[in-house]
Write a protein that binds this ligand. Structure first.
Ligand code: HEC
Length: 258
């Protein structure tokens, strides 16, 4: 038996109906994807600039720790300038070129200003003579920059450096539930591509938020504090975590609130 014309027509209508229903769901997709691509780009620029500034502090660590030198020449403006140069080298971009009226332009400027302020406010510590280790290290610097950034941008965005829960030193850096699940369910998987960020549109206090977590791994330079032997107290007074080169040791967490 073959289907009569009426049945065929009904089938055709059914197919058309389903296609139109599908269309309703599919139509907004490209728009959402474009917004997410924008969010990803903005968040990664914030992460990259923070990393560049942290690297500048790291490259000057011996100088900062030198008890024989007073003025280290590491003003806020100098550190920002070096961070921007490094950022440009790494990404080809200059955050000062961003549109100051755009969300991205505002956020990047707030971050640049935070870098300058944190450095300026720690000149006395950094320039103290006859003091070796001053506790001014990249992780502390980054945390202070992120805290200042939060003061400036309020409910618009958040930048945080966190780590796998068992490695966390400062309570303020503890991962929240979303960060824990990304670290454990994604980054900890053997097949997770090294360095690949994870992003998701989630809900934060009832509002939509774009979140992205960027994994970072211990390098040899981290291990004097975070390496072996586990439990031995490092120069900063914390027990070492027993980490190995290449271990997941950190994650930059960025939230853009809608
Ligand atoms: C001189 C010792 C030292 C070195 C070297 C060091 N850290 Fe840390 N790290 C610390 C201290 C101290 C803290 C706590 C900072 C604070 O009070 O916020 C910290 C905090 C962190 C945090 C924030 C989460 C937390 O535990 O509070 C991460 C992530 C981190 N370190 C990763 C790294 C990585 C990755 C490297 C190498 C690139 C590194 N650290 C090098 C001492 C060090």
């Amino acid at each position: 038996m073959t289907a009569g014309p009426r049945v065929l027509r009904r089938r055709l209508l059914l197919v058309l109906f389903f296609l139109s229903v599908l269309g309703v769901f599919l139509a907004p997709l490209p728009v959402a994807t474009a917004a997410e691509a924008d969010d990803t780009a903005t968040a990664m620029r914030l992460a990259d600039l923070l990393r560049s500034a942290r690297t500048v502090v790291s490259r000057n660590q011996d100088l900062i720790n030198d008890p024989a030198v007073g003025d280290k020449g590491l003003s806020g403006e100098k550190v920002l300038e070096d961070a921007l140069a490094l950022h440009q080298e790494r990404t080809g971009e200059d955050p000062r070129d961003s549109d100051p009226q755009s969300r991205e332009g505002r956020l990047l400027r707030a971050q640049m200003q935070s870098i300058v302020e944190v450095m300026s406010e720690h000149q006395a510590t950094i320039n103290a003579k006859d003091v070796g280790f001053k506790g001014f290290i990249p992780a502390v610097f980054a945390r202070l920059v992120n805290e200042r950034f939060a003061d400036k941008v309020g409910e618009e965005a958040r930048v945080k450096v966190t780590a796998p829960e068992r490695l966390v030193r400062n309570r303020k850096a503890r991962p929240d539930q979303w960060e824990i699940s990304v670290i454990e369910d994604e980054f900890a998987q053997a097949d997770w591509p090294k360095g690949e960020p994870f992003s998701e549109v989630t809900e934060e206090n009832g509002n939509e938020a774009f979140r992205i977590l960027v994994p970072e791994y211990y390098t040899a330079s981290c291990l004097s504090c975070h390496g072996e032997p586990a439990g031995e107290v490092d120069i900063t007074g914390y027990p070492k975590e027993g980490g190995q080169e290449g271990d997941l040791g950190a994650a930059i967490s960025i939230t853009l609130f809608k």
